[in-house]
Design a protein around this ligand. Structure first.
Ligand code: CP
Length: 318
């Protein structure tokens, strides 16, 4: 683990699930669940009993819109005694030609941790390379690891350990799907992708999951894919990084992969329905499924808070 050059304490970047040691991911999930349990029944603004982020300043930088990531990081850091600043990339010199490496070095003189949501994964990696404080991936076009850490917390609190279970991803093999594949490899579950060939998941992520012994199947028929699933997961048909011109074609391609009661009926009776949100209701999933008894979508949103608190602590070694 690298040392913080100024403070001499340990620090780690949280850039992706497949690049984070398996036992440390496990420890973060356990800590997230313990911290969540310790807060049961408390008003949201109540400080945690422990204040591990006291005296720490956290920069939350967004080059894309966000509701969950922005608010859950902000609230979570404050509950642990930290201070936060939410910044829009376009309002910084970063959005007007200042280099990423200079921005990283400057920010590192002011703040103790940088959370970045950006487009190109290369921007995140360059920020991490030049920052002397930890950097967290708050989503890039390539992956969304914080979301899937929250989703593992969610699955575990409803159904226990995900190891050996069958997760089905229906729709676009996008950045969220990539992080699910990384998690399959790290947490030992199988993943079946169902969607059109043109929107297949990232080949490297598939290879990673398989290299760790997870079974990854690609099945074009959504009802066949859903058979015997422990969880069915989907996401919007058009992601933030997709061109608006792709919308109509995407809808036509992905309509057969809508998660509806027919698809859920193919899964196990106790299968969960998962979606990271925001959703386009009655497009990628019907409202009947989203609001139905198998849906855990709002628990996933809540667990962003708890999972990211554990990630913040891990990054700072506190
Ligand atoms: N799921 C997710 O990352 O939500 P936001 O885009 O609202 O942050």
């Amino acid at each position: 683990m690298p040392r913080h050059p100024e403070k001499g304490t340990e620090m780690s970047h949280f850039l992706d699930i497949h690049t984070t040691p398996q036992d440390e991911l496990r420890a973060m999930i356990d800590q997230a669940r313990a911290m969540k349990n310790a807060r049961q029944g408390l008003p949201k603004g109540t400080p945690d009993a422990e204040q591990p982020l006291a005296g720490r300043m956290i920069a939350l930088i967004f080059e894309k819109p966000s509701t969950r990531t922005r608010i859950s990081f902000d609230v979570g850091a404050r509950q642990m005694g930290g201070q936060t600043m939410v910044l829009s990339g376009k309002d910084m010199q970063l959005g007007h030609g200042e280099s990423i490496s200079d921005t990283a070095r400057v920010l590192s003189r002011y703040v103790d941790l940088i959370m970045l949501r950006t487009f190109d994964e290369a921007t995140l990696l360059e920020m991490a390379e030049h920052a002397t404080v930890p950097v967290i991936n708050g989503l890039t076009d390539a992956s969304h690891p914080c979301q899937i850490m929250a989703d593992i917390v969610t699955y575990e609190e409803h159904r226990g350990a995900p190891g050996g279970r069958k997760f089905v991803w229906s729709g676009d093999g996008n950045n969220v799907c990539t992080s699910w594949l990384h998690a399959a490899g790290q947490f030992g579950f199988d993943l079946t992708f169902t969607g059109p060939e043109t929107l297949d998941p990232d080949a490297k992520a598939v290879e990673f999951a398989r290299s760790r012994g997870s079974r990854v199947d690609i099945v074009r028929d959504p009802l066949v894919a859903a058979h015997g699933a422990d969880a069915i997961v989907t996401d919007t048909w058009v992601s933030m990084h997709d061109p608006e011109s792709a919308r109509e074609r995407r809808h036509n391609q992905l309509r057969p992969y809508q998660v509806n009661s027919r698809m859920m009926a193919e899964a196990k009776p106790d299968a969960l329905f998962m979606h990271c949100l925001p959703a386009h209701r009655n497009e990628e999933a019907t409202s009947e499924v989203m609001d139905g008894p198998q849906s855990v979508i709002f628990d996933e949103s809540e667990n962003r808070l708890h999972a990211q608190k554990a990630i913040l602590r891990w990054c700072l070694g506190v």
